[in-house]
Design a protein. Structure first.
Length: 463
């Protein structure tokens, strides 16, 4: 269901011309309205920061912003329908545009070139951020900035320290080697916890659902651990290299092993994005990997939620500050340190948007540090800044969870394949990675055959 927020009042007459100096004269009526679609935030503070920025923009520009918010799973279908009808919003943002559609939309000429906004701001952005929005338009036969970066995410490990202790282990017992690390949670923590508690708890929560972006992000991280490169810098496929095939076999073997050993809930093959969070919150799993720290931040949100009972708020505070840890992945199988892929979240203005000039003014306003930083920090650490100034904010040294995120990013990041070959957005949308997992665990297809099928599909789509 749409949630419409009509924020602020339009300035009129001479006052409009004085406040909004960018206008050369009285704006047409339709230019005094701006249609914005934005994903619904996880937390009230995240949405409140967006609303505050919109109010400030309305007060400065005299333009009324008609904001509609949708759940993340609804954003792409609604946007596609609007594009097909020729009635897209003036500005739109969703957490999954970058993964699944932006590259294809840019290629097809459906996005507006906003290089005039991004180019002057480039020095403010950190490495491997604006690159996600630098996409190829086949109609224009050029690359340009067809999106605006707002925030980014990478992969983290979350675990319960009290459950670890109940199983008879200390945090210092957690191995740093790849094979030993996953075996520890599966072969040591799980049976020990079950024996100590008498409950059927699982050592690991492994997202494996075909409808889950968590499953493909997690698998691609396992693939990175095996140093697999699917494309070169020019977007050419490398999947015919025997080393790539062998690396994919290693990654898929390791990813599906916990399921085969009964170390992840049987339902994890059908999990959607919230489900590994729910299993963790319910303490059905001791550990899970997740592409933001939304798991920990949920408990901080509880701690700050005045509508909850005092004892519920205290539970949230204890979980966030004492019982849950955010950590990086173990060392790669070759012993080297992990380098994490970052997903830079981007919004867009569309080629068919009715009010592109005002939309660009809104985007430019939102990307100013005094507006973007409160919006990113309003998500309680769930998203990391894309700007250098935002990353140096004291917010990221405020507690152990945020410090862990900061440290992972400080070690450097790499980008997704779709930044070099847009067709990988199609593969992510199909989730060929989770389909391969399910071929192995549900249909008992050998890993090497599942990998060969995966490679064949990659070549068919992205070759």
């Amino acid at each position: 269901m749409d949630r419409h927020f009509r924020l602020g009042r339009a300035l009129i007459g001479i006052a409009c011309g004085a406040v909004f100096a960018l206008a050369s004269g009285p704006a047409p009526a339709q230019e005094k309205q701006l249609t914005v679609w934005w994903v619904k935030g996880f937390y009230k503070s995240e949405d409140d920061a967006l609303f505050d920025a919109i109010k400030k923009f309305e007060a400065k520009s005299g333009i009324k912003v008609n904001l509609s918010q949708y759940a993340v799973q609804d954003m792409i279908p609604k946007t596609v329908s609007a594009l097909d009808a020729g009635t897209p919003p003036d500005v739109a943002y969703a957490d999954v545009y970058d993964f699944q559609v932006a590259g294809k939309w840019a290629y097809d000429g459906k996005l507006e070139d906003i290089s005039s906004i991004i180019e002057p701001m480039k020095p403010r952005f950190s490495p491997n951020t604006v690159e996600t929005a630098f996409l190829y338009n086949d109609k224009a036969k050029k690359k340009a900035y067809y999106g605006f970066p707002t925030k980014q995410q990478t992969m983290h490990i979350e675990y319960w320290t009290d459950m670890l202790e109940k199983a008879g282990f200390k945090e210092s017992d957690i191995p740093t080697g790849w094979k030993d690390y996953w075996s520890f949670w599966c072969d040591k923590v799980q049976p020990a916890y079950r024996k100590a508690s008498g409950t059927r708890v699982f050592g690991i929560g492994m997202p494996m659902g075909v409808d889950s972006s968590d499953s493909f992000y997690s698998f691609l991280t396992f693939m990175d651990a095996y140093n697999v490169k699917l494309v070169d810098d020019d977007g050419k496929l490398l999947v015919d290299d025997p080393k790539v095939r062998q690396g994919l076999i290693g990654a898929l073997t390791d990813y599906t092993a916990p399921y085969a050993k009964g170390c992840t809930p049987p339902s994890s093959t059908s999990w959607k994005d919230p489900d590994n969070n729910v299993a963790f919150h319910n303490k059905t799993t001791v550990m899970t990997h997740n592409a933001t720290i939304s798991i920990a931040a949920k408990w901080l949100d509880d701690a700050n939620n005045e509508s909850l009972k005092p004892e519920e708020r205290e539970l949230g505070k204890k979980a966030y500050y004492e019982l849950i840890r955010t950590a990086g992945f173990p060392n790669k199988p070759d012993g080297s340190k992990m380098v994490y892929r970052t997903a830079v979240k981007a919004g867009a203005i569309f080629a068919d948007s009715k009010n592109k000039a005002r939309g660009k003014e809104f985007v430019s306003f939102l990307l100013q540090e005094e507006n973007l930083q409160p919006y990113v920090e309003g998500a309680l650490g769930r998203w990391f800044p894309v700007t250098k100034a935002g990353q140096q904010s004291a917010f990221w040294q405020g507690d152990r969870h945020r410090q862990s995120v900061f440290n992972q990013y400080a070690a450097g990041t790499v980008t997704f394949e779709f930044t070099r070959n847009y067709k990988f957005t199609v593969l992510n949308n199909e989730n060929v990675w989770a389909k391969a997992m399910n071929r192995v665990v549900n249909e008992k297809v050998p890993v090497d055959k599942a990998v060969d099928e995966m490679i064949a599909r990659i070549k068919a789509v992205a070759g």
